[in-house]
Design a protein around this ligand. Structure first.
Ligand SMILES: *Cc1c(COP(=O)(O)O)cnc(C)c1O
Length: 379
C-alpha cells in the first residue's frame, strides 16, 4: 500500500539511494568564508563573522537585535533568563515539542505546564491557553498566579512546529492580558511568517536553532532576537561569561554562561543565510508537489495554516491511526526512504510526569498519527 509513496519520493528526489529526512546543503560561500576565518586565526568566540551574522540575521527576520549562541537550547535558556524566570516559577508550553523547550525551562529551575495544541497548526492553541488561565489562574500584584500551586506563571513558550506558524497574534494578546511574558521557540521556523511578520518577532524575545537538521545550519548554533536594547545588551553580556569589558582585568559581575557561538560556525552561517531565500523557494516547491500527490492518495498532508507562510521545514502527513502510522514508518524506513514519528509528548517523559497538564487531546491525537517525510532542499 505504501510502495507508491516510496516510488513517488524516490522520483521526486531523483534517486534510488537512501533518502534522509533533512540533509544540509553547502553550495554557497561556506568553504570560502571558513578558509577566511581560519586564515584570520579568529576561529573562536570573537570575530568578524559573529558580528556580521548577528547584523544580517536581525535584518532577515526584521528584529532590531540578534545575539548568536552556541545552540538553540542555549538561546531558549537565556531567553527565559532574560524574562526573569526564577526557580519554582511555572512556564506554559505545549507537550508536542522537541525536548529542548522543556530542558531550557528546567535549567531555570522552573516547571512546564502543558497546554494543548491546535490540530491545524500543531502549535500552542490560544483557546486552550485561555481556558486554562480562566480556570486555574488569577492576577495578583501584576503577576499571574496559579491558583492550584500558588506559583508564579511567568512565561509562555509556544513553538512553531515543523515551521508552521501557530496563532501567535492571539497567544500574544492572551499573554498580555494575563501579565505573562511571551518567548517564542522559533527554532524550526526561520523563513516562516504570520500575517506578514516573521515568527520569533512577536514575543519580547525569540529563539532560533542552526542544528544540523534545521533549514540553515552551522553544525550547531542558535540566536536570540529582540527589539529591546536593554535585553539585547544583557543577552550578549550573560552569554559571554558576564565579563565587564576591560583591557586586562577579569571581573565578572554575575554568574554568566559560555554560550557564545564560535566565529567558525558564524562563518558557515553567514554563507548559509545568503542562500535562505533559495532554500525557502525550493522547500515550498517541494511542499506543493507533496500536497498534490497526497491529495491524489486521499491522505492528509500537513499544509501551512491560514494567514501564514511556512518554511515547510519538515513535511508531514497525518495517518488514520497508530497502526497505519507504524506500518508507514516500517515500510518507508525498510525501503530507503527515511520517515519519523512526531515526538513523544513531553508530559509522558519521566522528568515531566508530575507537571500540571491541561486537556491535551489534540496533542495525543497527533502524537499517534503524524509522520515526517524527506524534506531536504533538492540541489
Ligand atoms: C532544534 C530545536 C531546538 C534547539 O535545538 P538545538 O539542538 O539546541 O539547537 C529547540 N526547540 C525546538 C522545537 C527544536 O526543534
Amino acid at each position: 500500500m505504501y510502495n507508491n509513496i516510496v516510488t513517488f519520493i524516490q522520483e521526486t528526489f531523483a534517486t534510488k539511494e537512501f533518502i534522509p529526512l533533512h540533509a544540509p546543503l553547502f553550495i554557497g560561500n561556506e568553504k570560502k568564508y571558513l578558509m577566511d576565518c581560519i586564515d584570520s586565526t579568529f576561529v573562536s568566540s570573537v570575530g568578524a563573522y559573529v558580528d556580521r551574522f548577528e547584523k544580517e540575521f536581525a535584518q532577515t527576520v526584521g528584529s532590531r537585535y540578534a545575539i548568536a549562541t552556541v545552540n538553540g537550547t542555549a538561546a531558549l535558556h537565556v531567553s527565559l533568563v532574560l524574562m526573569g524566570v526564577k526557580r519554582d516559577d511555572e512556564v506554559l508550553t505545549q507537550p508536542l515539542s522537541f525536548i529542548a523547550t522543556c530542558n531550557a525551562i528546567s535549567y531555570c529551575g522552573a516547571k512546564p505546564i502543558f497546554i494543548d495544541v491546535d490540530r491545524d497548526t500543531l502549535g500552542l492553541s490560544p483557546k486552550a491557553l485561555e481556558d486554562f488561565l480562566i480556570t486555574h489562574a488569577e492576577i495578583k500584584e501584576n503577576q499571574c498566579i496559579n491558583k492550584t500551586t500558588g506559583k508564579v506563571i511567568s512565561v509562555c513558550v509556544p513553538m512553531h512546529t515543523f515551521g508552521h506558524p501557530c496563532r501567535i497574534d492571539e497567544i500574544k494578546a492572551i499573554c498580555e492580558a494575563w501579565h505573562i511574558a511571551l518567548v517564542e521557540d522559533a527554532a524550526e521556523s526561520l523563513g516562516s511568517y504570520y500575517q506578514g511578520k516573521h515568527t520569533g518577532t512577536f514575543g519580547k524575545v525569540g529563539a532560533f536553532s542552526f542544528n544540523g537538521n534545521k533549514i540553515i545550519t552551522s553544525g550547531g548554533g542558535g540566536v536570540i532576537v529582540t527589539d529591546d536594547e536593554v535585553l539585547a545588551k544583557r543577552a550578549k553580556h550573560i552569554t559571554t561569561t558576564a565579563k565587564i569589558p576591560h583591557k586586562w582585568e577579569f571581573v565578572h559581575d554575575e554568574i554568566g554562561f559560555n554560550y557564545r557561538l564560535p566565529n567558525l560556525n558564524a562563518a558557515l552561517l553567514v554563507a548559509q543565510l545568503e542562500q535562505l531565500k533559495n532554500f525557502l523557494e525550493n522547500k515550498r516547491a517541494l511542499a506543493k508537489i507533496y500536497e498534490a500527490f497526497f491529495a491524489s492518495q486521499n491522505m492528509a498532508f500537513i499544509k501551512e495554516p491560514k494567514e501564514a507562510s511556512s518554511n515547510y521545514w519538515l513535511n508531514g502527513v497525518i495517518l488514520e491511526n497508530k497502526e497505519q502510522r507504524d506500518a508507514f514508518l516500517e515500510y518507508t524506513n525498510s525501503n530507503g526512504v527515511m520517515s519519523r514519528p512526531i515526538w513523544t509528548l513531553m508530559n509522558k517523559l519521566e522528568m515531566f510526569k508530575t507537571c500540571q497538564c491541561a486537556d491535551i487531546s489534540n496533542a495525543m491525537y497527533l502524537e499517534e498519527r503524524v509522520v515526517n517525510i524527506p524534506s531536504s532542499v533538492r540541489a
